[in-house]
Design a protein around this ligand. Structure first.
Ligand code: HEC
Length: 173
């Protein structure tokens, strides 16, 4: 059985046509490589002319998208506004006092030690240094070395998310 199977594989005709196919493939590949090389070679002047422009607009895009991502996290995911924005008479957040802090929004129905009576302003410059803020968002530990009083949630963000939130808050200056 084994011998019979092995034989056709060794036949010259088959090997030859396999070789041909491989050659054809290689030829095709090198043609593609050649075309793309020619393409690249004819571009450097254009590339150099736009490089400076691109570099500056890339930086802007990057910080814009960081702020956008931070806004999304603050307004849609972590809901910082629920506590850090004062309400109007009907209980709606006051847009003119967005994230500017005020008296605590929620009261608990059971006793909690150290329940906070107010939320700080976080728009513009949140309390503490940038790194302390990022640590707070990543670990739930504030600049005092302990968690803030409840109801401030103990967030566990990634560094990227924490940086995005900070970029957004700073953009509200
Ligand atoms: C459920 C209510 C609530 C939510 C939601 C909330 N916070 Fe707070 N936050 C508080 C309270 C209350 C305090 C004050 C705690 C204290 O006095 O110890 C506080 C304090 C802080 C502080 C000050 C910490 C310090 O070192 O003094 C920062 C910064 C902060 N919050 C940022 C945020 C951000 C950013 C978000 C959203 C990602 C957020 N908070 C969401 C209630 C909340």
């Amino acid at each position: 059985m084994l011998k019979e199977r092995a034989r056709p594989r060794r036949s010259k005709g088959r090997n030859f046509s396999k070789g041909r196919k491989l050659m054809d493939k290689l030829a095709g590949l090198s043609l593609i490589a050649l075309v793309s090389l020619v393409g690249v070679a004819s571009q450097p002047a254009l590339a150099q002319a736009t490089a400076g422009k691109k570099a500056s607009s890339n930086t802007n895009n990057r910080s814009d998208s960081l702020v956008e991502r931070g806004k999304y996290i603050v307004e849609r995911v972590a809901m910082c506004e629920r506590c850090h924005t004062p309400r109007d008479g009907s209980g709606n957040p006051e847009r003119t006092k967005w994230l500017q802090g005020g008296p605590v929004q929620n009261q608990v129905t059971y006793p909690v030690a150290n329940y906070a009576q107010s939320e700080p302003r976080i728009a513009g410059a949140p309390p503490g240094t940038d790194e302390q803020f990022i640590t707070l968002m990543m670990t739930g530990i504030s600049r005092t070395g302990a968690p803030p009083n409840p109801p401030m949630p103990p967030f566990r963000m990634t560094r990227e998310d924490a940086q995005a939130v900070l970029a957004y808050l700073k953009s509200l200056r």
